[in-house]
Design a protein around this ligand. Structure first.
Ligand SMILES: NC(=O)c1ccc[n+]([C@@H]2O[C@H](COP(=O)([O-])OP(=O)(O)OC[C@H]3O[C@@H](n4cnc5c(N)ncnc54)[C@H](O)[C@@H]3O)[C@@H](O)[C@H]2O)c1
Length: 459
């Protein structure tokens, strides 16, 4: 690729939640660019080439159908895709380390390193390598070291940082209408040229004023800072929800009152049993999850052993099938540890995924027990049939409009609902006869319905 030519051919390493949607949008908006998304997983690529994509994102199916086979390709042929590409996105996973130094906190960069080594082994011409995965600051330096130490004679690389800000469940809209695109690169003329080339791709649909260009380290750090500050906001509202439950205040009212202050803003002030990534605030979010499960056990007369509990929602949020760090895993694990049996339904999470999550060695020591105590169901009605309590773990829209009279009729009495996402009409449920608990708010039942309760004021 000569320095002045436009990008004609893009390769993306990693066909996951970021690589798949991002490249589909680029293919949609840049019909003259050939985009090839490659992955080491044969199964994932086969799914991208089938009618049932490996990830669920509203609007994504239509875009993939429109561009696939024209200028959008999914392949396991990593070698050819790298050889042909002018620009390569690294969108591989960066999970939290489970071993060694930084275990449970630091990002494991082994897949990023593997991707860089693959590029160095294969490439025979100049490439712009774009770090899209979320990485610690100065990871681009490590990528550059691997590339330069292993490069073929005459091949040169420019490394850019272009972190992704999409959120699962709204990925298509986030990509089409990004608040900003951030591109960091070297402050050399070559670095600036590479930045311009990546800018010209995004300029097909993002206004130039929304494309920020910075040095590499500012770009890397901005992504981490944005994650940290979002997680802090979630922690703040989670901590307030505990205060609300103790005082009689309502966290939704408090969030609205506080969020109307334009210096603060209303986004990310919804209390829920969310999980979070950032260590400084993780404890607060862990506390929120344990508080919620403790409330379930306490309400069910302090024991759930032998009881059947329905879990509605297993994804970490609505409109995705992704379960990584989902609070449902924590809720299910705690209830299983307490001896409950679980009936689980999620509209988009596969049965095999749920069993894999619950039998993961970090979650359980007895996989046979999980298989015995957990059953997966195809709808909320069969999942709730015969259960003592129903727990909302994901805020799927369809859970709001279920026929709760029908659900109530099929449940054991007293019938409990624990709304971990604050999405249901609690008064309507209380009127049906349910005992309702939620986050950040005390709910009272009329005295006549309370006589059986172990707790005279909170049900
Ligand atoms: N998921 C999100 O909402 C989100 C949002 C912003 C940023 N990110 C970041 O983007 C990165 C990717 O996240 P994701 O959710 O798409 O991950 P993912 O696990 O869904 O997908 C990553 C894919 O990369 C593949 N892979 C690993 N090594 C490879 C290699 N050498 N060559 C080709 N493929 C390889 C894996 O098989 C996997 O399919 C992570 O760093 C993540 O932190 C994710």
């Amino acid at each position: 690729m000569s320095n002045n030519m436009d990008i004609k051919n893009i390769c993306c390493l990693g066909a996951g939640y970021v690589g798949g949607p991002t490249c589909s949008i680029i293919a949609l908006k840049c019909p003259d660019i050939k985009v090839t998304v490659v992955d080491l997983s044969k199964e994932r690529i086969a799914q991208w080439n089938s009618d049932k994509l490996p990830i669920y994102e509203p609007g994504l199916d239509d875009i993939v159908k429109e561009r696939r086979g024209k200028n959008l390709f999914f392949s396991n042929d990593v070698e050819n895709a790298i050889l042909e590409a002018d620009l390569i996105f690294i969108s591989v996973n960066t999970p939290t380390k489970t071993l060694g130094n930084g275990k449970g906190r630091a990002a494991d960069l082994k897949y990023v390193e593997g991707a860089a080594r693959m590029i160095a082994d294969i490439a025979k011409s100049d490439k712009i390598v774009v770090e899209k995965s979320t990485v610690p600051v100065r990871a681009a330096e490590s990528i550059a070291k691997i590339l330069s130490a292993n490069r073929k004679p005459g091949v040169s690389y420019q490394i850019l940082s272009n972190p992704e800000f999409l959120a699962e469940g709204t990925a298509v809209n986030d990509l089409l209408n990004a608040d900003r695109v951030l591109i960091g690169g070297e402050e050399t003329p070559e670095g600036q040229k590479a930045i311009e080339k990546l800018c010209s791709i995004y300029e097909h649909w993002i206004p130039r004023k929304n494309i920020l260009t910075t040095n590499t380290w500012s770009s890397e750090l901005s992504k981490l800072a944005a994650n940290a500050m979002l997680a802090q906001r979630i922690s703040s509202i989670n901590s307030l929800s505990a205060v609300c439950e103790a005082t009689g205040a309502d966290v939704s009212e408090v969030a609205r009152a506080v969020g109307l202050d334009s210096r603060i803003g209303s986004k990310f002030l919804q209390a829920s049993i969310v999980a979070s990534y950032w260590q400084q605030v993780i404890d607060m979010n862990e506390y929120q999850k344990s508080r919620f499960t403790a409330k379930i056990v306490q309400s069910l007369f302090n024991t759930v052993s032998g009881k059947r509990i329905c879990i509605l929602g297993f994804a970490f949020k609505k409109n995705t099938g992704d379960t990584r760090e989902s609070p449902a895993i924590h809720v299910a694990k705690t209830l299983l540890d307490e001896g409950a049996s679980l009936k689980i339904y999620d509209p988009k999470v596969e049965e095999s995924r749920i069993y894999e999550d619950l039998t993961h060695p970090l979650i359980c020591e007895e996989p046979e027990k999980v298989r015995k105590l957990v059953s997966i169901h195809q709808d909320a009605y069969t999942a709730s049939e015969g259960t003592h309590a129903l727990v909302i773990c994901t805020e799927w829209d369809e859970f709001v409009t279920l026929d709760y009279n029908k659900i109530y009729a099929g449940m054991m009495k007293p019938a409990y609902i624990f709304d971990g996402r604050k999405i249901l009409d609690h008064q309507a449920l209380i009127d049906i006869g349910f005992h309702v608990q939620t986050i950040g708010r005390k709910l009272h039942r009329p005295i006549s319905n309370r006589c059986w309760s172990s707790n005279p004021t909170i049900n």
